[in-house]
Write a protein that binds this ligand. Structure first.
Ligand SMILES: [Cu+2]
Length: 115
């Protein structure tokens, strides 16, 4: 009985520490439309990321990830590779221009069309 309680306590605290080890944060990612949203969210879901949700209104990408597996820099890198600028890095021109013209968020006229 005593052994059982001990196992229970360890399992319980194991679950708590696991829950606390998830980083809950956000970063700003530039974009304009629903297509940007799916590309950004897909690019953000690298190994260790359990949640990624971007808003075209606020440009905020909400994130939950395991800091033992990944970090903001790695997630930002994956997003810039897909063509989007984050608050930390700028996407290369070649990845930016491989986006659909509808998604050209650096073009003020295009941004205006979406607002
Ligand atoms: Cu778009």
């Amino acid at each position: 009985m005593k052994k059982f309680n001990l196992i229970f306590v360890f399992t319980f605290f194991g679950l708590i520490s696991q829950a606390q080890s998830i980083t809950d944060t956000s970063m700003v990612v530039n974009g304009v439309c629903g297509m940007c949203k799916s590309t950004i969210e897909k690019a953000a879901q690298i190994e260790g990321v359990s949640f990624a949700e971007w808003s075209k209104e606020t440009l905020v990408l909400k994130l939950k990830f395991d800091p033992q597996v990944t970090n903001l820099a790695a997630i930002s890198k994956s997003i810039t590779k897909s063509g989007y600028d984050t608050e930390f890095q700028t996407a290369s021109d070649s990845s930016y221009y491989s986006l659909d013209p509808c998604c050209y968020y650096r073009d003020p006229n295009n941004v205006h069309k979406h607002k």
